[in-house]
Ligand binder design. Sequence first.
Ligand SMILES: Nc1ncnc2c1ncn2[C@@H]1O[C@H](COP(=O)(O)OP(=O)(O)OP(=O)(O)O)[C@@H](O)[C@H]1O
Length: 259
Amino acid sequence: MLSVAALNQYYGESHTLWDLSLDIPVGASVALMGRNGVGKTTLLKCIMGLLPVRSGEIRYEDRSLTALRAEQRAELGIGYVPQGREIFPMLTVEENLKTGLRARGDKSKGIPEEIFEIFPVLKTMLRRRGGDLSGGQQQQLAIGRALVLRPKLLILDEPIEGIQPNIVSEIGDVIIRLNRARGKEVHFEKRESSVTDEIRDAIVRVNREMGVTVLLVEQKQHFVKRVADRFLIMDKGRIVAGGTMAELTEDLVRRYLTV
Ligand SMILES: Nc1ncnc2c1ncn2[C@@H]1O[C@H](COP(=O)(O)OP(=O)(O)OP(=O)(O)O)[C@@H](O)[C@H]1O
């Protein structure tokens, strides 16, 4: 679904990502791990078009993203929840959610109702200012905002940083639920009379809601083991290991993750 090939990125003269390549298969939930400062956030920002790259290619569903602006990448179906959430504290919850729609050319469609099914608390707080929400509620808002364009790939940067333990498990549940259908599309061969429009819409909606491929940066292993089925490890701007969660050995943890 997403592939990065031989990517090089610099901050000024400082070479940060080195010939970096990776592949995220459709339907996977992949944890990108590594110590502080190895380049995880930088990589996500390059994928989203928020930082320029020096060379290499980023492809999404067989299209090159390299020349596209951040909004165009969002429009193609990539949702992004930045580190630190970056919600607008002075805007209401509703206004914050609407900022997620800005990439869309056709602005006539509003916030999809399923956002409130996933995060009921947002519905009760529509008129509250973002800055008045708790940390966990702000994170739900940040994820909700990333879901308003119904992305097929959801990228999250440290989604449980600074969040209370009870909300951490809720955020974990949401990620698992979003990812569960493993990205498989529902196809209707022909209109069957037994399937009403309402049921058809509900199936498509639930599938959309739950068929999201996930790429998340996260350090906390218990959380990663719960929500991800694959891992990638970065060190000094390169991918140095990857595999299924069962292949994350103690040796890898010692070499690349423990501080
Ligand atoms: N805007 C910037 N200008 C210059 N250097 C930067 C900038 N942002 C990050 N860096 C440097 O690039 C390197 C990679 O940083 P990055 O934030 O991508 O790492 P990270 O793995 O996400 O770390 P963390 O877990 O702390 O978020 C670090 O050495 C960092 O100091």
